[in-house]
Structure formats: C-alpha cells, structure tokens
Design a protein around this ligand. Structure first.
Ligand SMILES: Cc1ncc(COP(=O)(O)O)c(C=O)c1O
Length: 293
C-alpha cells in the first residue's frame, strides 16, 4: 500500500497520473514555489500562514495570475481528508506552468499545482529529549539574493548543505551568509537562547526563509514572558549562547546541542527550549482537535 496520496490541479489521481509536463517551468528552471505543511489528524497546522508566505512569493515572482489561496486551501484540505492518515507531511508545489521558453515570462501562463500527502513518520523521541547536532556548511548564503526569503523549487543550496550534513553524520547543516551572520539550516531555522532571552536571526536581515514555526516559537516565548530579540548573530554566538534550537513544520522545535563537534551550552536541551517544546505541543493540540502527542 502506498503511503502517499497525489493531487494534481485539485484532482486526486493515481500515482501514475501525478506527472509534470516536460514544458513546465518549475521542472525547467525552478520557476515555482512550495510549502511543506504538517497535518495533525485532519487539521493542517497553520495552513493560512503557509499560504500567506506563498502569496508573498507569488507577488515577488510576478505570478500573473497568482493562484487563489482559497482554492489552494480547499485542494489541500480535500487531499488531507481523502488520505485519512493519522498524521501527514503535506507538500504543496505551485509552478508558473508551461509556456514561455527561456527567462522571459511574457504572456499569460496557467500555474500548475501538485499536492502530495504522505503518512508522517515521527522522528525518534531522543531528538527532542537529547537534542540533535549540526555542521556549518562550507559555503555561504547570498543574503541580498532576490530569492533568499522565498521557498522556491530551486533548492540546490539546501541540497548542497544537507549533503555536507549527511557526509558528517549530522542532523542538519547551518549556513552563514556573506556577511558572516548565522542564517538558517538546510530545511530549518535556527534560534539561540542567551541569558534567558531568545535571539532570533532576523530573516530579512540575514537572508533566511521566514519560518512559520520560528515565528510561532517567538510568539510563545513572549506569552511566557521570555524576551525575544530579532538580531544578526555572528558564528561566535553559537559558542556564547546557553541553548539553541531548530524549527520547521516537520521537526517542530528540536534542541540543537552540538555544532561541528562543539557542545552548545551544557550540551543538553536547555530549560527555555524545553518550555517552548511543551508550549508548542499544547498549541498544536489546541488547534488540531483529537490530536495527542
Ligand atoms: C530553508 C528552510 N528554512 C526554514 C524552514 C522552516 O520553515 P517552517 O517553520 O515554515 O516550516 C524550512 C522548511 O522546510 C526551510 O526549507
């Protein structure tokens, strides 16, 4: 039995029919956007926030016409309901479609939307209780790139970074930007804790994807009266901080306890990170009826 359900332009189809035309600009040029969402039970957590980020991407990339968020939301919900998995990884990909060849996008193109809903395999509990490690990638992010804050389907930098993590047997690779500031992971945001305050690398400043979970973690921190500072952080900040954590829709909030073999703080998940993990789980349970961690 397959563990993935496929939807193409809003129609649920068998895997064999879930295909992309060879003229598609997403396939040819990476001219598309995607979102990875987490469905807890039948509820897609913060679907609106993911669609808002995608909408910003459509605007910046000049999608004309841009797909309607309400229609995309309906297609995602229909796919998740049809899949009936207890928990799922949902990938929504929207390309500019087929048509113009080469960089020019003159003329009306019809966007192409693909959704996959895959049965979710939870990471080992030890990732949350003992934490994970990362390496620093050997290359840098261009923070002034027009796509630095977008989740485009051109993910080569992230693939290069993750290959370095895999080669080192690490869970994630962190990128610095050209200014030497801490940017993000290959598929996660990084947040530090120092002297009881959250230090969040400002996505616009450092050229990172504005992560939904990193923002939610900051909001939860504020509710818990933990100060939040949006800043630019040098690589040395990893040595000076007390705790660090990675965020992403699939990994949620994961303690980061070692980078390049050097322990962060005590080398164990810290109290602020633990409080935020608990608060995040509570929030998910509140917003996703019937789901329990
Ligand atoms: C490069 C990158 N940064 C950050 C994130 C985290 O984003 P979010 O918290 O919205 O899942 C992702 C998610 O996949 C990502 O690919």
């Amino acid at each position: 039995m397959s563990d993935t359900l496929f939807s193409i332009n809003g129609k649920i189809v068998p895997e064999a029919q879930a295909v992309v035309p060879v003229t598609d600009r997403g396939f040819l040029y990476g001219d598309g956007l995607f979102e990875t969402l987490h469905a807890y039970g039948r509820t897609v957590f913060r679907l609106d926030e993911h669609l808002a980020r995608m909408r910003t991407g459509f605007k910046v990339m000049g999608f004309d016409p841009a797909p309607d968020s309400k229609v995309l939301a309906k297609w995602v919900a229909e796919a998740v309901h049809a899949a009936r998995y207890p928990e799922a990884n949902v990938r929504l990909t929207v390309t500019r479609g087929s048509g113009a060849r080469g960089p020019s996008v003159k003329g009306k193109l019809t966007p192409f939307a693909a959704i996959t809903v895959t049965r979710f395999k939870r990471r080992p509990a030890s990732h949350y209780t003992r934490g994970v490690d990362a390496v620093m990638a050997s290359f840098r992010r261009q923070e002034s790139s027009v796509t630095a804050n977008l989740k485009t389907t051109a993910y080569m930098e992230q693939i290069f970074a993750r290959r370095e993590a895999d080669a080192a047997g690490a869970d994630e690779a962190l990128l610095l930007n050209n200014a030497g500031l801490l940017c993000e992971g290959s598929a996660s945001n990084v947040t530090l804790v120092r002297d009881g305050a959250l230090l969040v690398p400002d996505p616009k400043l450092v050229g990172a994807l504005p992560g939904t979970v990193q923002r939610i973690a900051a909001e939860l921190a504020e509710e818990l009266k933990i100060p939040v500072r949006r800043v630019g952080l040098g690589p040395w900040s990893l040595r000076e901080c007390d705790e660090a954590f990675l965020t992403g829709s699939m990994r949620e909030i994961t303690p980061l306890v070692k980078v390049d073999g050097r322990a962060i703080g005590s080398g164990k998940p810290g109290p602020v990170t633990k409080r935020l993990i608990a608060a995040y789980r509570k929030l998910v349970q509140r917003e996703c009826p019937g789901y329990r961690f």
